[in-house]
Design a protein around this ligand. Structure first.
Ligand code: 13P
Length: 255
């Protein structure tokens, strides 16, 4: 049985005081959400303070990026152990914005995922196709290649700890969500590839969907058999909105 994982990716948004104000409002709203895992990924500058605020709560902390090196002359970079030190349990790697804007390759992402596991942190590895790749029927090729490359340094015995986030790039921040059917089709393909790579551990790996997830569409997405959670950008910035996403089952009942 895979526990659903709902994660907020705030991207380059919120100062420390804005982050604290969010948590003050959000934590009471989700205090009884014990059947799912809830994760918040603030910007680096707010991680330490958020880590303190989240101590003893049912919400976990993630970073939005990490470097694969342990320490040394890597100006501007953050090591896995530094993230653990401020209370992180997870780190997002390979987000499409990092792939597209900062040239991150599958090989670099693979090193980060391996370094995270070695340091006792759990990677959320993002994959997703561009609009022109979808329109030219290359979605499965692209996703297959990203998965094989980005997971190349995950040992089989650690695979079940890794979370995959399928985020079709054309659905990120555009208001265009993949339909639950489109998302499920790709999630099923990802599940098959995980099985080929990791055997039975592939069945235990959680696959989140990301791309314009909102309180209004989360229930139908989560109802699909291979969708095990959501990675949420815009709709995670507001405590009420993200709390509704965490409580996706109630959204279904209300509709
Ligand atoms: P939006 O929810 O704003 O589309 O962002 C999705 C995303 O990129 C989460 O990582």
């Amino acid at each position: 049985m895979r526990t659903s994982i709902l994660a907020a990716n705030w991207k380059m948004q919120k100062t420390v005081s804005e982050a604290v104000r969010f948590l003050e409002a959000f934590l009471p709203l989700v205090a009884d959400a014990d059947a799912v895992e809830v994760v918040i990924a603030p910007p680096f500058t707010a991680l330490g303070r958020c880590g303190e605020e989240l101590e003893g709560s049912n919400v976990k902390l993630a970073s939005q990026n990490v470097n694969n090196e342990e320490k040394g002359a890597f100006t501007g970079e953050i090591a896995p152990a530094m993230l653990r030190d401020v209370g992180c349990s997870y780190a997002i790697v390979g987000h499409s914005e990092r792939r597209a804007l900062y040239g991150e390759t599958d090989a670099f992402i693979a090193k980060k995922a391996g370094a995270l596991l070695a340091a006792g942190l759990l990677p959320i590895v993002c994959v997703g196709e561009l609009l022109d790749e979808r329109e030219s029927n290359r979605t499965f090729d692209v996703i297959g290649r990203q998965l094989a490359g980005s997971l190349a340094e995950v040992p089989v015995e650690r695979a079940s700890e890794v979370v995959i986030a399928y985020e079709p790039v054309w659905a990120i921040g555009t208001g265009k969500t993949a339909t639950p059917e489109i998302a499920q089709e790709v999630h099923a393909f990802i599940r098959e590839k995980l099985g080929e790579a990791f055997g039975s551990a592939g069945k235990d790996m959680r696959i989140q969907y990301g791309g314009s997830v909102k309180p209004e569409n989360v229930y139908d997405l989560m109802a699909k058999p291979d969708i095990d959670g959501a990675l949420v950008g815009g709709a995670s910035l507001d405590p009420d909105s993200f709390a509704k996403i965490v409580q996706f089952e109630k959204q279904g009942v209300a509709q």
